[in-house]
Design a protein around this ligand. Structure first.
Ligand SMILES: CC(C)(COP(=O)(O)OP(=O)(O)OC[C@H]1O[C@@H](n2cnc3c(N)ncnc32)[C@H](O)[C@@H]1OP(=O)(O)O)[C@@H](O)C(=O)NCCC(=O)NCCS
Length: 161
């Protein structure tokens, strides 16, 4: 069944998928994909992310898009973080999203592979991410890519109380 879905998505995409660094002209489509996932349009946030992570900004930062036939189908963002709390440099993926009608065709995998290849080129041997524990879709995706529970816990505090 999933194989049939994959084939249908690939046929619908028609054009080959290319993963590349983001360009300023891609931002409107990225904002739209993110809004479809999160239910919120955040143009100011994305302009800031483009400034900080767009191509050529900093060697350790990656903002990649997957494009097919001139349409942006997905994006992924990550960076190498050095010596946080004394831990050796590691690759962090902090956003990934694929258009709903382009999913289950390997685009998320291609994006994550490309970010991990960038991390490896910088000599990093570990990739990490953080996700909402009730988001079973993103959890299934990362688990399928070989990521497992890390020996850390996330802590937070409500600063308005
Ligand atoms: C997670 C996401 C990026 C995956 O993108 P994708 O292009 O569909 O991923 P792939 O096709 O490469 O899937 C790779 C594997 O992930 C797993 N997976 C993906 N979608 C899945 C689903 N709906 N159910 C279960 N497993 C799934 C499967 O193991 C899949 O491999 P398979 O197709 O061989 O079974 C995409 O579903 C998405 O954008 N989801 C919303 C993201 C989100 O919630 N972001 C908020 C936090 S930033």
């Amino acid at each position: 069944m999933i194989w049939l879905k994959k084939e249908a998505v690939e046929m619908a995409l028609k054009d080959p998928v290319r993963v590349r660094s983001v360009q300023p002209g891609d931002l409107a489509e990225v904002i739209g994909i993110d809004a479809g996932i999160t239910g919120m349009r955040k143009p100011d946030y994305w302009s800031e992310i483009l400034q900080r992570y767009g191509s050529g900004r900093r060697r350790q930062r990656f903002f990649l898009v997957a494009e097919a036939g001139g349409r942006i189908e997905g994006f992924a963002i990550g960076e190498v973080r050095d010596w946080e709390y004394g831990m050796p440099p590691c690759g962090w993926v902090f956003a990934i999203g694929v258009r709903p009608d382009a999913r289950l065709a390997g685009i998320g995998t291609r994006l994550l592979d490309a970010i991990c290849a960038g991390f490896r080129r910088l000599g990093v041997t570990t990739v990490r991410t953080i996700l909402a524990r009730d988001n079973s879709l993103i959890l299934s995706f990362f688990r399928s890519q070989g990521l497992m529970a890390a020996p850390f816990i996330a802590l937070e505090k409500d600063l308005e109380r």
